[in-house]
Design a protein around this ligand. Structure first.
Ligand code: ADP
Ligand code: MG
Length: 610
C-alpha cells in the first residue's frame, strides 16, 4: 500500500475510540458538559445499558444557534482560548472532543436553546453527517439524545461489556458527579425506572446517603482539613467522609476521590487513604471514603489522558501527605474518643443480633458505670474490691510482661475498654473475661502484640527505644542482596534498637537488639526480620519502619500455647484497656470477641420466656 493521509471520517472514528470507549463514557462526557453549562438539574435516561439510548437533559445556558454546528467539530470548545488557559483549567471539559466523537459513532439528536435566544435548535447527526437542522421551540438548556451507539464501528460493538456492567458503570459516574456537585439535582433512570436522585441541597452528606445508604453513612466520619502551600500562597483542602474502622469492604471501589470536582483514579492517593487505617483494618479489607481534594488549578495537570481520569500534581507528595493526615487524624480521634463510638456500637450490636460473637464495641466508661448502677445491663457484676485478682491488681499492676521499664507510656492513659475481670484461660490461647457489657474472649497473642506495639511506638516517638547490648560477638553473614538491604537501612535499624556494624563485605556485627527481644537469638531475629522485609518488598521508609516494629512485637508477644497465671492475664488486660486501638492487633486482626449480656440471654432462650 502506498502512504496516504487518512480520510477525515476515518480519523474521526479513530479519535472517537479514545474518548468514547463505551456507553458509560458517553454519559460521563455529556454530564460534564451539562455541569460546565451551569445546569441546576440534570436528568440522565439510559435504555439497554446505553446502547439503545442515552439522553441527558440539562437546564444550563444552552448553545447559541449560530454555534451548534461548530460545537460538533473536533477541537471546538468554548472553554479554552489561550495556551496558558491549559495550565489553570476550571471546567470539566476543555479538549473539544466529546461531541465530535460521540456524533461520529452514533445517531445523535441535539435540542438546545441558549438562554438569551428566543428559538431553540434541533440538529440530527448520523455517523458524523448532519442530516437535518431546524429551529424549534424549546426550554432554555440542552437535551442530547444518543441512539445506536457504535452502529458504524462493529468491532467496538463486539467488544463491549454486557449491559449489566454498563449500567453499573453509568450509575457509578452519575453518583460520583452528584457527590462532587451536591448543589445540583441529578436524576438517573435506567430502562424507564428511576434508580438515583440527589436533592441538590448542597450537602455532600445527603448525596452520600443516597449513594451508599443511610446505614453505611451513619458509620462514616466527617473530615475536613486545610494545609497551606506557602510557595503558591494557597492551600490544599480536603473534606468529605471516611468509614470508621469497623466499616470496611473487600475492594477499593468505594474509595472515591475528587480533585477540584473531577473524579480521579489515582492509585497513590487511594493508597494514602488505605494507609491511614494502618493496623486498624484486617489484611485485604478496605475503607470507604468520599474525599474532595481542592488544590489551586495551576497545581494540577488534568491534561494527562483523553478521559481526564488521571491527573498529575506539581507536588504529589504534599497531596498524598495531606490526604493521609486528614484521614488518619479522623480515624485516630474516633478510636480514642469513647463517646464518638457509642452510637455505632449500638447499631452494630443490633445488626448482629443472633450471630453469636461479635467484635466488641465498648461502652464509654461513664456510660457503662451509670447504666450499671441503674442495674440496666442485667449482668451480675462482682464487686471489684471483693475479688482476689482485683485486689492484687489494685496494689500494683506493673508486672513486667513487656520488659519496658515503668513510666514508659504507662501513665494513666484514658481507658479505651471497659474494666474487665479475668475469668480464666481457654486452650492456653484465649483469656475469658467479663465486663459490664458482657463476656469477652481475648486472643492473648494478638492482645499482647497490640500492647507491645503501642508501647514501642510511644517510646520510639520519644526516641527512647530500649535496647539490649549483645555481649558475645554475634556476626550476621548475609547474601549480597540482603546485605544491601541492611546497609541501606542501618540508621533506621539503629533507631529501632538494632545496632549493627559493618564487619566485612556482607557481614555485620550485632551490637544491640531491642530490649523486647533480649531473650532471643540476635542472629535469628535479624534473619527473620530480613526475610519479612524481602517478602514484603515494601516501598517507603515508614512502611519498613512499621513492618520491623510489628515484627519485633510479634516475636516478643506471648504465644498461643503459653499458660498464663491470673496475675499475668490480669496485667495483660489492664494494659490492653489503655491501648489506643485495643480491638485489633497491629496486623489488623481482632484481639477479642464480645458477647453481650442480651446475646447470652437470647442464646439461652432466657429473653421474653417468662
Ligand atoms: P468541551 O467540553 O471539551 O469543550 P465538547 O465536545 O464536549 O468539548 O463540547 C463542545 C462545546 O459544545 C462546549 O465547549 C460547549 O460550548 C458546547 N456544549 C456542549 N454541551 C453543552 C451543553 N450541555 N450545554 C451548553 N453547551 C454545551
Ligand atoms: Mg465536554
Amino acid at each position: 500500500m502506498t502512504i496516504h493521509v487518512l480520510p477525515e471520517d476515518v480519523v474521526a472514528r479513530i479519535a472517537a475510540g479514545e474518548v468514547v470507549e463505551r456507553p458509560a463514557s458517553v454519559v460521563k462526557e455529556l454530564l460534564e458538559n451539562a455541569i460546565d453549562a451551569g445546569a441546576r438539574t440534570i436528568r440522565v435516561d439510559v435504555n439497554g445499558g446505553g446502547r439503545q439510548l442515552i439522553r441527558i437533559t440539562d437546564d444550563g445556558i444552552g448553545i447559541p444557534s449560530q454555534e451548534v454546528r461548530l460545537a460538533l467539530a473536533r477541537h471546538a470548545t468554548s472553554k479554552l482560548r489561550d495556551p496558558e488557559d491549559l495550565y489553570q483549567i476550571r471546567t470539566l471539559g476543555f479538549r473539544g472532543e466529546a461531541l465530535a466523537s460521540i456524533v461520529a459513532v452514533s445517531r445523535t439528536t441535539i435540542i438546545t436553546r441558549h438562554q438569551d435566544e428566543e428559538a431553540g435548535t434541533q440538529i440530527r447527526v448520523e455517523g458524523g453527517e448532519i442530516v437535518s437542522q431546524r429551529a424549534v421551540g424549546a426550554p432554555s438548556g440542552t437535551s442530547i439524545t444518543v441512539e445506536n451507539l457504535f452502529y458504524n464501528t462493529p468491532a467496538r460493538l463486539k467488544f463491549l461489556k454486557g449491559d449489566q456492567a454498563e449500567k453499573r458503570q453509568i450509575a457509578t459516574f452519575v453518583t460520583r458527579y452528584a457527590m462532587a456537585y451536591p448543589q445540583l439535582r441529578m436524576i438517573l433512570a435506567q430502562d424507564q425506572q428511576e434508580i438515583f436522585r440527589s436533592s441538590g441541597s448542597g450537602n455532600l452528606g445527603d448525596v452520600v446517603v443516597q449513594a451508599f445508604g443511610l446505614a453505611a453513612f451513619r458509620e462514616m466520619l466527617e473530615v475536613q482539613s486545610e494545609e497551606s502551600l506557602p510557595a503558591l500562597r494557597s492551600a490544599i483542602r480536603v473534606h468529605g467522609y471516611v468509614s470508621q474502622p469497623d466499616l470496611h469492604r473487600k475492594d477499593r471501589s468505594r474509595i472515591i476521590l475528587f480533585v477540584n470536582g473531577r473524579a480521579v483514579q489515582d492509585t497513590s492517593l487511594t493508597y494514602a487513604v488505605t494507609q491511614a487505617y494502618h493496623t486498624l483494618l484486617m489484611k485485604g479489607r478496605h475503607p470507604m471514603a468520599v474525599l474532595m481534594i481542592e488544590v489551586p488549578p495551576e497545581f494540577v495537570d488534568v491534561n494527562v489522558h483523553p478521559t481526564k481520569a488521571e491527573v498529575r500534581f506539581q507536588d504529589a507528595g504534599a497531596v498524598f501527605a495531606a490526604v493521609q493526615r486528614t484521614v488518619r487524624d479522623a480515624v485516630v480521634m474516633y478510636a480514642q474518643t469513647p463517646s464518638m463510638r457509642a452510637g455505632s456500637r449500638t447499631r452494630f450490636a443490633e445488626s448482629r443480633s443472633s450471630s453469636g460473637w461479635v467484635l466488641p464495641y465498648d461502652l464509654p466508661k461513664e456510660d457503662a458505670e451509670e447504666r450499671l448502677s441503674q442495674g440496666e445491663l442485667g449482668l451480675e457484676v462482682t464487686d471489684p474490691g471483693q475479688h482476689p485478682v482485683h485486689r492484687m491488681q489494685e496494689a500494683e499492676p506493673e508486672a513486667d510482661l513487656t520488659q519496658i521499664p515503668k513510666g514508659m507510656g504507662r501513665p494513666a492513659r484514658p481507658r479505651t475498654l471497659p474494666l474487665l475481670r479475668v475469668v480464666g484461660q481457654v486452650g492456653a490461647a484465649y483469656i475469658v473475661a467479663e465486663g459490664p457489657a458482657g463476656l469477652y474472649l481475648i486472643d492473648q497473642h494478638a492482645a499482647h502484640e497490640r500492647i507491645l506495639y503501642e508501647q514501642f511506638m510511644e517510646a520510639y516517638a520519644r526516641q527512647e527505644t530500649m535496647r539490649q547490648g549483645v555481649l558475645a560477638t554475634q556476626v550476621l553473614d548475609l547474601p549480597p542482596i540482603e546485605a544491601r538491604l541492611v546497609e541501606e537501612h542501618l540508621d533506621l535499624l539503629n533507631d529501632l534498637g538494632f545496632a549493627l556494624e559493618p564487619f566485612g563485605p556482607n557481614s555485620f556485627r550485632i551490637n544491640s537488639i531491642p530490649a523486647l527481644l533480649a531473650d532471643q537469638d540476635p542472629v535469628e531475629v535479624m534473619q527473620s526480620i530480613l526475610a519479612d522485609l524481602e517478602q514484603a518488598r515494601v516501598p517507603g521508609q515508614s512502611d519498613i519502619e512499621a513492618r520491623i516494629i510489628t515484627h519485633v512485637c510479634k516475636r516478643a508477644a506471648v504465644k498461643a500455647g503459653q499458660i498464663l497465671s491470673y496475675a499475668e492475664m490480669q496485667d495483660l488486660i489492664r494494659m490492653l484497656e489503655r491501648c489506643q486501638s485495643p480491638h485489633t492487633c497491629p496486623h489488623g486482626r481482632p484481639t477479642m470477641l464480645h458477647m453481650s449480656g442480651d446475646q447470652l440471654a437470647r442464646e439461652f432462650g432466657r429473653l421474653g420466656s417468662h
